[in-house]
Design a protein around this ligand. Structure first.
Ligand SMILES: Cc1cc2nc3c(=O)[nH]c(=O)nc-3n(C[C@H](O)[C@H](O)[C@H](O)COP(=O)(O)O)c2cc1C
Length: 321
């Protein structure tokens, strides 16, 4: 099985990726959070920093692009090519209102003729492989049966499917019926993505779909960065390792932003997931959320690590509280 780290805007940037690799080192492919195309000659500073080879040494990454304009896609893909990339991923999943209203991300799924023309154009590029990360429809899962006909016309590097519609956002369950059909209908390699939070979730999924060879995980890894080590080797998360991992990410954000407020804000996003693997976490979650100053943040985190334990086998949305 190949494991991919899902792209997560604001969280799985190069700082998270590098630190993750240092402490856990079990991801086969990392996807960058989406790059919004622009008409200029270079990428925006933040986006460039995230894909610069010197910031991603020895890490297998695939940059992700969000657009519905084939010229812009090609323009951005060429910039990435100059940095040494030979694969780009197209985001056809983002459910955010501001993205969908412009027919980008999962919004593009509702413009299937345009999507077909777009793909026809971008697949004319030389020396650039293209993969797609898709939801199964904008408004309804039935759309997938039209979408797969379009995807099958092109030699995708891979098709990563998060089997929810845009309407679902992150609610409801992944639609495994449609995913099953996708496996039999797709002429391209398929990767599964969605709601793998624990080893039990993984085992259940793989029993149902033994032919799947690659899985992308997002929130499950943010909550429990040792999830893949658990799945592969029964290696459970160690509290000391998690503390070091946390401290190193935080320190790097502080250096990057050169002030604490933004760094603390970033860490709070991460805690939105990571807090769930601790016992009796509610009051600590509140303290971390409320912390504005460095001392308050450090105190809240230190008391969580000192006073609570990591629950073996717990994960995001697990039944253990
Ligand atoms: C905060 C957040 C940011 C995300 N950013 C991106 C993104 O930049 N590109 C993308 O394709 N998906 C993005 N996603 C979706 C995830 O990559 C993934 O498809 C989704 O979380 C389902 O997988 P999971 O259940 O393993 O988390 C984001 C999700 C969240 C919650």
């Amino acid at each position: 099985m190949k494991f991919y780290l899902a792209p997560m805007e604001g969280i799985t940037g190069y700082i998270y990726r590098n630190t993750y690799k240092k402490y856990f080192n079990n991801i086969d492919k990392y996807f960058t959070p989406f790059i919004v195309t622009n008409k200029g000659t270079s990428l925006k500073t933040k986006e460039l920093r995230d894909v610069l080879p010197e910031n991603n040494k020895d890490i297998n990454i695939v940059p992700q692009v969000l657009t519905n304009n084939s010229e812009d896609f090609i323009n951005t893909a060429k910039k990435l090519q100059q940095l040494g990339y030979d694969v780009v991923n197209l985001n056809l999943g983002c459910p955010a209102g501001t993205v969908v209203s412009k027919y980008r991300g999962s919004g593009f799924l509702a413009k299937r003729e345009d999507l077909d023309i777009f793909l026809d154009e971008v697949f004319k590029m030389d020396n650039m492989k293209i993969s797609i990360k898709t939801r199964i429809g904008r408004d309804s899962a039935d759309e997938f049966y039209e979408l797969i006909k379009i995807y099958n016309k092109y030699p995708l590097e891979e098709l990563i499917i998060h089997p929810r519609t845009r309407e679902d956002f992150y609610k409801n369950k992944p639609n495994l019926e449609v995913f099953k059909d996708a496996l039999s209908l797709s002429t391209n390699p398929i990767c599964y993505n969605g709601d793998i939070f624990t080893t039990a979730d993984y085992d259940k999924f793989i029993n149902a779909f033994p032919k799947v060879k690659s899985i992308m995980i997002g929130r499950g890894i943010l909550a429990n960065p040792a999830l893949i080590s658990e799945i592969k080797d029964d290696n459970y998360l160690d509290k000391k390792v998690l503390k070091d991992f946390h401290d190193e990410i935080f320190q790097q954000y502080r250096e990057l932003f050169n002030e604490d407020k933004n760094a603390i804000f970033r860490m709070k996003e991460l805690w939105g997931y990571m807090i769930y693997i601790f016992s009796d976490n509610k009051k600590y979650a509140k303290k971390i959320r409320k912390a504005q100053k460095l001392d308050d943040y450090n105190y809240a985190v230190a008391s969580l690590f000192n006073e609570q334990e990591i629950i073996k086998g717990a994960g995001l949305f697990s039944d253990i509280d």
